[in-house]
Design a protein around this ligand. Structure first.
Ligand SMILES: NC(=O)c1ccc[n+]([C@@H]2O[C@H](COP(=O)([O-])OP(=O)(O)OC[C@H]3O[C@@H](n4cnc5c(N)ncnc54)[C@H](OP(=O)(O)O)[C@@H]3O)[C@@H](O)[C@H]2O)c1
Length: 290
């Protein structure tokens, strides 16, 4: 695991929306929402909120990291295997605001690595305001052929790691008045045929999100985002005909974009001070009639 080597540096960032609600209350009159000006400028320094995004190197995780960074956050980009992509993203974000991004490697199946990841982020940035549990493994498991390794991998990445990361992050989030978003799945509530272990792991994460909202209140809010069909897996798990059927089943008749998820995450972290224990489906209405 390695934090970025660039020290935090004073600078500016463009939007007060970037600030968490508690910080916004201190700086703005929330009734009049003076923060609405996209051109307002706030000094960035150790004061800028810090968000840890797991599985941030590629795909949905990278979109979340970009969106939070665009809102003014400093971002801790976690990865396991996608080192080159993680470093490239950190360089891209650092070029926009020096010292605002750093990469951290960890295998989330290694339980000891989870508090170590949180400690490394806090050591690098000095604070932690947001945790986004996005990393996930995803593949089918046929009943009768499922081995312990697949069970441990799917449960470990989708359920156990989010719990132990929340546990480790909780004191830092409480200090900052921060927030968690867990990336769930619409199939947490209606299992995806052929994927019983993955579906059960996400169902666990759905329940855990609500349970942790209770456990970490009132200082820390915990919410979830449940994506529908956003990005097809790289490994061709869904043949074209299946993809077309899934998209046809959405109310809006189209697949989503990683930015759809990123926008929802940003809302729940930055702009939803009175929301906790909720799981927001971002799925073009598919779960309304699954
Ligand atoms: N894509 C969709 O349409 C969709 C639909 C429903 C739900 N979701 C949920 O949305 C989130 C993001 O989706 P996605 O498709 O972008 O995810 P993804 O590409 O399948 O996986 C994201 C990252 O998770 C990391 N990861 C997996 N196992 C790990 C482990 N044991 N330790 C550390 N990192 C691990 C990998 O990082 P490295 O590459 O660095 O190894 C991977 O790049 C996931 O939680 C997923 O379940 C997505």
């Amino acid at each position: 695991m390695g934090g970025g080597s660039i020290a935090a540096k004073d600078g500016v960032y463009p939007c007060r929306r970037a600030l968490w609600s508690h910080r916004r209350r201190a700086l703005c009159d929330t009734r009049r929402h003076p923060c609405d000006s996209e051109n307002s400028v706030v000094a960035q320094s150790a004061q800028a909120p810090v968000a840890l995004v797991t599985g941030a190197a590629r795909r949905v995780g990278a979109a979340i990291a970009r969106r939070l960074h665009a809102g003014g956050a400093q971002v801790a980009l976690h990865y396991r295997e996608s080192e080159a992509a993680a470093r490239q993203l950190a360089d891209e974000l650092d070029a926009l605001r020096a010292g605002s991004a750093a990469v951290f490697r960890a295998d989330l199946l290694d339980v000891d690595a989870l508090p170590a990841l949180v400690s490394a982020v806090v050591a690098r940035f000095g604070r932690l305001d947001a945790l986004v549990n996005n990393a996930s493994s995803f593949y089918p498991t046929a009943v009768g052929e499922t081995g312990l390794e697949a069970w441990e991998d799917l449960m470990g990445s989708n359920l156990r790691a989010p719990y132990f990361l929340m546990q480790a992050a909780a004191p830092h989030l409480a200090e900052a008045g921060g927030s968690v978003v867990n990336i769930v799945d619409i199939h947490a509530e209606r299992p995806l045929p052929g994927y019983p272990v993955y579906s059960a792991a996400k169902a666990g994460l759905f329940g855990l999100t609500r349970a942790m909202a209770i456990e970490l209140a009132p200082r820390v809010r915990v919410n979830g985002v449940s994506p529908g069909a956003i990005l097809w897996p790289d490994d061709g798990q869904f043949p074209d005909r299946e993809r077309e059927a899934i998209v046809a089943h959405t109310l809006l008749k189209r697949a989503g974009h990683p930015d759809d998820i990123a926008g929802a995450v940003r809302y729940l972290l930055f702009d939803a001070p009175y929301v906790t224990g909720q799981i927001l489906a971002v799925d073009a209405g598919r779960s309304a009639h699954l």
